[in-house]
Design a protein around this ligand. Structure first.
Ligand SMILES: [Zn+2]
Length: 287
């Protein structure tokens, strides 16, 4: 999966650092991230020093200081909270964060996705939701604080269940309705306030395909910063003899049972969904 990278995990402990030229700069414009093209076609993130050079030749304005976000492989990453002009110099490209999923470039993908999650939280909490005063960055932890009413705003993560529904040797695959992403996936949905993750699995399956499930069992979780989620993966079994689907057409365009050896899916090593489908294909799912 995307977060299973060569050094184990990222160091996301909150610290205050001043950026240096060799640090990595994550520059976001709208829903796009600024990347550098290399000769071999691999996209990389620019350094703080390269951004400083860019400022001298390009319409690029610094609105706020850099904000340190995390360290990966001894490289420190900073969010650059500036903005830029429309065109970019030839060696740079703005790439939509949501579609940047290069299996050969997992470290950069994971860094971009995680920085994007933090960027969205900083962007959306510049003012206090309780009293509308401008918030300030806390010194000691990753938190926005309201200097007027004392409101403490911590990063927000939305838990979502990823559901591998099985019926003996068959797995249910589905496709979203009305989305750009058209590959098969697993049933999924947000965990609501007041319910357990296991209850969410049962509710989502009933809502999306009208089926009852049993033997709900945890598999793994995955941070999925593009959508601000923590994906929580569960396997479960069909309960009873009725396996006919009643499709929620607002959510899904299809939901079908596939025999284990006829599943039309190839895991790219990116998502929890992909890994769960693959281990079912291999007959290695938790029983
Ligand atoms: Zn306030």
């Amino acid at each position: 999966m995307l977060q299973d990278i060569s050094y184990g995990s990222l160091d996301n402990q909150y610290r205050y650092h001043q950026p240096k030229n060799e640090d990595i700069a994550v520059c976001i414009r709208g829903n796009e991230v600024l990347l550098m093209k290399s000769n071999d076609g691999i996209l990389t993130l620019p350094s703080v020093g390269e951004i400083a050079d860019l400022c001298s030749e390009w319409e690029f304005w610094l609105c706020e200081p850099y904000r340190y976000v995390f360290t990966m492989q001894d490289k420190r990453y900073f969010l650059w909270l500036g903005t830029s002009g429309e065109t970019v110099p030839e060696r740079y490209t703005y790439t939509p964060v949501a579609t940047f999923r290069d299996p050969k470039n997992k470290d950069v993908c994971f860094a971009v996705m995680t920085a994007w999650h933090l960027y969205c939280w900083y962007r959306d909490n510049r003012f206090c939701g309780r009293c509308s005063t401008k918030t300030v960055h806390d010194d000691k932890e990753r938190m926005m604080r309201c200097p007027s009413c004392g409101n403490m705003i911590f990063p927000r993560i939305a838990p979502a269940a990823i559901i591998a529904l099985t019926n003996g040797d068959k797995l249910m695959l589905s496709k979203y309705a009305g989305r750009a992403y058209t590959r098969y996936g697993l049933l999924a949905g947000f965990i609501e306030i007041g319910e357990t993750a296991e209850e969410a699995v049962k509710r989502e399956v009933m809502e999306e395909v009208g089926l009852k499930v049993k033997n709900v069992r945890y598999y793994k979780s995955q941070p999925w910063g593009i959508a601000g989620n923590l994906s929580v993966g569960y396997f479960c079994d069909l309960d009873g003899e009725n396996d006919s689907v009643t499709l929620d057409e607002n959510e899904l365009s299809s939901a079908e049972w596939f025999p284990r050896n006829e599943i039309p899916y190839e895991d790219e090593g990116i998502s929890l969904t992909g890994e769960m489908i693959r281990i079912f294909q291999e007959g290695k799912e938790p029983k």
